[in-house]
Structure formats: structure tokens, C-alpha cells
Design a protein around this ligand. Sequence first.
Ligand SMILES: Cc1cc2nc3c(=O)[nH]c(=O)nc-3n(C[C@H](O)[C@H](O)[C@H](O)COP(=O)(O)OP(=O)(O)OC[C@H]3O[C@@H](n4cnc5c(N)ncnc54)[C@H](O)[C@@H]3O)c2cc1C
Length: 404
Amino acid sequence: MAEFSLDLNEDQLQIQQWVHDFAQNVVRPVAAEWDEREETPWPVIEEAAKVGLYSIDFFADAVGDPQGLKMALASEELAWGDAGITLAILGSTLAVSGIMGSGTDAQIGEWVPQCFGTPDKIQLGAFCVSEPDAGSDVSSLRTRAVYDEKTDEWVLNGTKAWITNGGIAGVHVVVAAVEPELKARGQAAFVVGPNTPGLSQGQKYKKMGIRASHTAEVVLDDVRIPGSHLLGGKEKLDARLARVREGKRSTTQAAMSTFEATRPLVGAQALGIARAAYEYALDYAKERKAFGRAIIENQGIAFKLADMKMDIDSARLLVWRACWMAATKKPFVSGEGSMSKLKAGEVAVRVTEEAIQILGGYGYVREYPVEQWHRDSKIYTIFEGTSEIQRLVIARSISGVHIQ
Ligand SMILES: Cc1cc2nc3c(=O)[nH]c(=O)nc-3n(C[C@H](O)[C@H](O)[C@H](O)COP(=O)(O)OP(=O)(O)OC[C@H]3O[C@@H](n4cnc5c(N)ncnc54)[C@H](O)[C@@H]3O)c2cc1C
């Protein structure tokens, strides 16, 4: 029987160091520039593809870690470099998770590699669930998928909002209502491949933070895709819908199963931002003098740093636990996936704000990276389920009560 240990193994340490070096040497030096430009950092994604970080091989190896930690380690290190660039590099993995969560082996084999492309021809993936009137409430999606029996095609119509890589991705995984009256249980996920007529980018959002990550509307106007692009296949969908119509429980919901799998990894990104800000503030507090001594010599500053470190470490333990539970197929009985993302997101917001406070006026200006980290951190309490929704998941899990 294996002993309890929080030591990372050789393989995990190696990935952690490798991604850290990439974050330090390639990502950090250009982070402010891409934040200012508010554009997709293609040269950085190209570099990540060249070294193998943006690739199906890296992804498969990282998510295949028997202890579930490699992808979390990589996510934390990359986001330590820059969160917007991290999302530009890792945003595609949300689409990958959607395909792996609902697709058949043949669909996974066909579409997952296309979410990355090749180093010579990079492609991105996008996972399209949210809509202008349905964010937290994913059960009320308006995007419709209608089956055309004559041509064996699905026809998609609707508008998706807030989509990471929306419109610039080669592969869009779209969650749509097949039977709207069945709410979330009447939905399914579809793959819209490269250059499919009818799919276009709507407005691109101007954001507070993670500005190197592209976020836009995706408009679906009579998008026709082959029947084979329904993830999981029609037979399985028909059987599921029949079960739901009979009042039996359905085991899968296309959007929620993807988010459950990815939340701890999103939490790991938030940790990376928090750690960057904490490290910077710690160094600064030792250097900066006021009233004839380093500001860290004041408890008012030193205790802030103690709390920041403690918060980051406790959030990491929750992230690692959720990753380990997912990898070892232990069910999230108390919303452990939600706990990890909730805690890490809120810690990142608090720690980056405290870091600004420690830097004083220097924390508030763009010459220093801390204000950007604070702007970047805020999204982690909003996307992939807001903090309120995470609390709802946890509260329902621990109580068995359908809390509203
Ligand atoms: C930068 C960015 C990138 C994103 N990327 C993607 C993506 O790639 N794919 C995708 O599908 N979506 C994406 N999203 C969408 C994101 O997941 C949603 O914005 C989020 O789920 C919240 O939905 P909403 O904005 O509609 O807010 P709403 O659902 O309208 O919520 C508004 C407020 O009400 C609260 N609230 C709602 N219901 C309850 C309740 N029952 N109890 C308590 N409080 C409640 C919320 O917590 C929130 O504070 C992205 C969003 C952003 C900003």
C-alpha cells in the first residue's frame, strides 16, 4: 500500500521545471506587451507548439498522469508567466475536454488532434456553451440543433457569447438544445469543423484582464454539419432522450461534465497568478524602505505576506486533491472540483489586491506587473462557473437539498 506523500515524483518535477522555464523565458518578457495589444499572441503559441508545449502529445501525457497532477503543475507555472497568454495556449483544452467527455473513440481520434493542428499549421479549439441570456443557467440555452433526416445533417442556429477563441478556432464544440423542453437533459454537443459555412465571429469583447486571450461571440446561422459530428452519436442521444422523457435520470449533461473535469485546472491557473504576485510583493517588501527600515519589518506588511502564502498553499492543496480524485476516479461527493476552483479564484483576487497594497503607488501603475495580475485574477471568480455557482454546487452536494 502506497504511503501518503505530497512529494512530487521525478516526472512531475521535470514538467513543472520545463513549463516554468518556458513561462520565465518566453511568456513573462512579453506579457505586458500582449496585455496592451489585446490580441492573440500567435508568436508565443507558435513557440509553444515548436517546443511541444502546445501539442496533443504534451496534453495526453499531462492528463494521463496517474496522480492527476501534471496538468495542474503545468497550468500553475504557465499562469505564473501570464494568465492571458496561458489561456491563449490552454484555451483549446476546454474543447478537447468537451470532445473527450462526450465523444466516441473515433470522434476523439478525429477531432482532438485538430484542436491543436501542427507546429506548421496551428489550430485552436473553442468550447461554446454560454449565450447572451444563458451563462450560469446553462439549462436554458436557445441555440437549437435540428436533425435533417433527408441529408443526415444537423442544422445549428443561435448566438454564443463570451467564447474563448470564438471565431478564430478551427474546431468549435457547440452545446445546443435538441429538445429545449427537456432543459439541460435535452442538450447535446456538436463539432463544427474548420471553415464550415454559417459560423462567424460576432463582437470581440474588450476586457479588464486576460487581454491576450481572445473572447468573442460566435454566430451560428444555418450551420449544417454531418450527422457524425454529434458527439457520442445519434443512437446514444436518442436512447438518452427516451430515458429522460420516461422520467428516468440521465447520467450526462454535455456542458456540466466538461466543466467538472476542467475546474481544478482553472483553479491551478489562478494559483499561478497569485503566486506571481506574492513572490513579487515579498521581494519588494524586503527592498522598499520607509521610516528608515524595510517595510517587511512592520507586522502590518509581514502578516499580509504570511496570509498570502498560507492562502495560496491551502488553495493548492484543494486543487491537488481534486485533480487526484478525478485521476483516481473518486467521485466528487462534496463538490471538491468546485471547492478547488472557488478557493483558488478568490485567493488570487485577494492576494493580487494585497500585493498592490504592499507596493503602494507602484502597485497601481503599469510599469509594474502587479496591477495586471489583479485585473487578470478577477475572471477566475466568473468563468467556468461563478463563485456563487460553485457555492451552490458545494452546498447542494453536502446537504442533498436543492438550494436555489
Ligand atoms: C473572459 C471570459 C471567457 C469565457 N470563456 C467561455 C468559454 O470559452 N465558453 C463558454 O461557454 N463560456 C465562456 N465564458 C462565459 C462564462 O462562463 C459566464 O460569463 C459565466 O458562467 C457567468 O454567466 P453570465 O455572465 O451570464 O452571468 P449570470 O449567469 O447572468 O450571473 C450574473 C450574477 O448572478 C449570479 N447568479 C446567477 N444565478 C445564481 C444563483 N442561482 N444563485 C446565486 N447567484 C446567482 C452569478 O453568480 C453572477 O454573480 C467566458 C466568460 C468570460 C468573461
